[in-house]
Design a protein around this ligand. Structure first.
Ligand code: LHQ
Length: 259
């Protein structure tokens, strides 16, 4: 099994599971990951996702043994990327928060898979490598979009062109990720975060994801209209009614994530 799925109360853990290759991606793994996300989205009890890797790495990007240039000529990278792009789109649009626990090296497409998630924690020993330029490629799986937005164009270009490892602590300092965590605490912290998010206003968070992604291309004027519309939708959820009631009654809110 290239992907493992564990069901927890309110959330699912999805584990990339090719540890002998540092969880490098191939087409079946990409397909299985997409299927796991689609299945999680269809599960009404699932209100958050925790993505991580088995073994000592998070994901070493594309499995290079699968796309080695052979006597048969160059591989069809275009159709391979069509698969992975679906995963990236799903991570951005899935109607629940996605936590990524980067347990070890995240290289190439593996680094950008992590950056597509909503909240990224990384073990202090982990590193992020935009390895593409080492093999003549450009950052894919959204790398050219995520990097400048997260760390600015100067750092994005340096990371992409030099392909040097960026430590988890430096990644936090630069704003590439949410937090670097002591190795031995990573998974415990990630589970606490996923469980906490699973108890929040799921629809509100899903609408927030839409607003943030739209903001990347919209004018303030358009964004204000979008916020108005999405806020109206959020304001019609039972969680809004409960949240306000709980505040006024000075008690914790019981948010269900339901429509
Ligand atoms: C691997 C890999 C790997 C296969 C480690 N493949 N086996 C998207 C779509 C379509 C086409 C093309 O590209 C893309 C985007 C991309 O992702 S391009 C970037 C591809 N990834 C890389 O270039 C990273 C390659 N890996 C590395 O540079 C190193 O392995 C890193 C820095 C990640 C880790 O280094 P170490 O900790 O020293 O581990 P290692 O190199 O010894 O790897 C452990 C094993 O995993 C080893 O196998 P072995 O049988 O010798 O123990 C590696 O061959 C295997 N492995 N990455 N991408």
């Amino acid at each position: 099994m290239t992907i493992l799925i564990e069901k927890h109360a309110g959330y699912r853990q999805i584990v990339l599971n090719r540890p002998d290759r540092l969880n490098a991606l191939n087409a079946p793994t990409g397909d299985a990951l997409l299927a796991a996300l689609v299945e999680a989205e269809a599960d009404r009890e699932c209100r958050a996702i925790l993505l991580t890797g088995a073994g000592r790495g998070f994901c070493a990007g594309q499995d290079l043994a699968d796309v080695a240039v052979t006597g048969k000529g160059p591989p069809d990278l275009k159709s391979l990327l069509d698969h992975y792009n679906q995963v990236i789109r799903k991570l951005r649009t899935i109607a629940m928060p996605v936590v990524c626990a980067v347990n070890g090296v995240a290289a190439g497409a593996g680094a950008n898979l992590a950056l597509a998630c909503d909240i990224v924690l990384a073990a202090k020993s982990a590193s992020f490598i935009q390895a593409f330029s080492r093999i003549g490629l450009i950052p894919d799986c959204g790398g050219t979009w995520f990097l400048p937005r997260l760390v600015g164009m100067a750092r994005a270009r340096g990371l992409a062109m030099l392909a040097e490892p960026l430590s988890a602590e430096r990644a936090q300092e630069w704003g590439l990720i949410w937090q670097a965590v002591d190795d031995e605490l990573l998974m415990a912290e990630a589970h606490i975060l996923a469980a906490r998010l699973a108890g929040q206003a799921t629809i509100g968070i899903a609408l927030m994801k839409r607003a943030f992604d739209a903001a990347e291309t919209q004018t303030l004027d358009c964004q204000l209209d979008l916020e108005r519309d999405l806020q109206d939708e959020a304001g019609h959820t039972p969680d809004y009614a409960e949240g306000v009631r709980a505040f006024l009654e000075k008690r914790p809110a019981r948010l269900t994530g339901k429509r």
